[in-house]
Design a protein around this ligand. Sequence first.
Ligand SMILES: Cc1cc2nc3c(=O)[nH]c(=O)nc-3n(C[C@H](O)[C@H](O)[C@H](O)COP(=O)(O)O)c2cc1C
Length: 188
Amino acid sequence: MKLSDFGFTDGINEVIGITIGEWINTAPLGIIVENPESTFAKLRIYPSHTRENLKKGTLYVNIVHDPLVFTISAFDDLSEDWFESSDPPIINGALAWCQFKANLKNCWVDLELSRGEVLRKGLRAVNRGFNALIEALVHATRLKQNPKLIEKVRYYAEIVEKCGGRREKEALEVMWSYLRKLYPHLSL
Ligand SMILES: Cc1cc2nc3c(=O)[nH]c(=O)nc-3n(C[C@H](O)[C@H](O)[C@H](O)COP(=O)(O)O)c2cc1C
């Protein structure tokens, strides 16, 4: 069993990280892979519920292509009805799930793949709207540290409008509604 069996490639792999605390916590995470033919990876982690839960030593990951799942998980947690299984946690329509042993060291986490399963095939062409939504979300989740990033959020949002499908555009609206609530003074 190796990372590439579950779709990981070298570089940063954007996935949904799932951790178990008082509730099932979901957050988009960038898993850093040097060698996809191995079982080892790492993660840079900022203060969050995910970071707290990782102290217990386990990270679940779902490989997902749904823009709405990325958007809700970036600001909130997915409710129970978004899951097709709770143990292991599997989000509806996920292409694969994996479990990692997680060793938290300050702002880094060493990860070792321990089990997983490929659930579905996910053949699809590249869509700039989906990629741009991911970029918009990355900047949107850092707005608290740097409010100037709103310009980048707007830039990528325009690409989502131009190139995205229905689901990307729906996710974009959901992103804006989270941002309006979080940052009322930005008049978005
Ligand atoms: C595409 C994407 C990738 C992200 N990657 C990371 C990451 O690698 N590490 C991290 O700490 N936060 C990352 N974030 C931010 C977290 O998902 C975000 O802070 C989230 O709100 C944390 O939720 P939690 O408090 O429920 O754990 C990423 C966000 C996005 C949109």
